[in-house]
Design a protein around this ligand. Structure first.
Ligand code: ZN
Length: 240
């Protein structure tokens, strides 16, 4: 059965900033979706903040197995009502993959319950993304590390709760390190936070990064979904 994937992007920089438009002329969401569409086991759609209901309608979310999220400048514009929709779907089993600056997105912060703050610097530094869990499904097909020629530096401490699984550690030229590939389970849903991907670097065109995103979608796809979140009152099936 195909995995229904939705790539959501706030889609702001690409419309306003020439430097970003040069790298992602059709938006970051389409750069990611274009690759995922080449995967035979995926049905891929995109949505942006400009859409009706900010691209987060109940119909779309109910029909989404895995939601990828890219946000940066417009986190505050996403309405809380829609954030709750995403949160609820994750509790029921939907996979959620926040990318790069989406560490500060409302749905990720809601799911983590912490500030999700970090240290950062934009100085055209290379990043070495170390695979620290080679047996993890998200790391399949990679070598011992991925060289990213230029990325924004994200450094510790990243204010997130204890991880379920850490797949990648990013190392930056300035000496900082970062938990760059973080797996969580919340409710029935799986979450993978992935750090690489600043809007002025062509990171989402890099083969290894695309491979990681495809792997992450397959890993986050729900095996079981829950219908309701309410507590259920039950009587014994039989009295022993
Ligand atoms: Zn960035």
């Amino acid at each position: 059965m195909s995995i229904k994937v939705t790539v959501w992007n706030e889609f702001q920089h690409e419309k306003r900033n020439e430097a970003v438009r040069k790298v992602y002329p059709d938006g970051i969401h389409n750069a990611i979706a274009d690759y995922l569409k080449t995967q035979e086991d995926m049905i891929v759609r995109t949505a942006t903040l400009d859409y009706e209901e900010q691209g987060l309608s109940n119909e779309l979310l109910d029909d989404t197995d895995v939601l990828l999220w890219w946000g940066h400048t417009a986190h505050g514009k996403v309405q809380d009502e829609y954030v709750e929709r995403v949160y609820e779907r994750v509790m029921k089993g939907m996979g959620f993959i926040p990318l790069h600056s989406s560490h500060f997105s409302k749905p990720f912060k809601r799911l983590m319950g912490t500030t999700c703050s970090l240290r950062w610097r934009e100085q055209n530094e290379n990043e070495r993304l170390w695979v620290v869990e080679p047996s993890h499904p998200i790391a399949q097909g990679l070598g011992e590390c991925v060289e990213i020629p230029a990325d924004e530096m994200y450094g510790e401490r990243f204010d997130i709760p204890a991880l379920d699984e850490l797949v990648f550690i990013g190392w930056f030229k300035g000496g900082e390190v970062f938990r760059s590939g973080c797996c969580y389970k919340r409710g029935y849903g799986k979450i993978f936070y992935f750090q690489p991907g600043h809007e002025t670097y062509p990171i989402y065109y890099q083969d290894e990064i695309r491979l990681i995103l495809g792997n992450a979608v397959r890993w986050a796809c729900p095996l079981v979904r829950r219908d309701k979140l309410e507590a259920i009152h039950v009587t014994p099936k039989e009295i022993i």
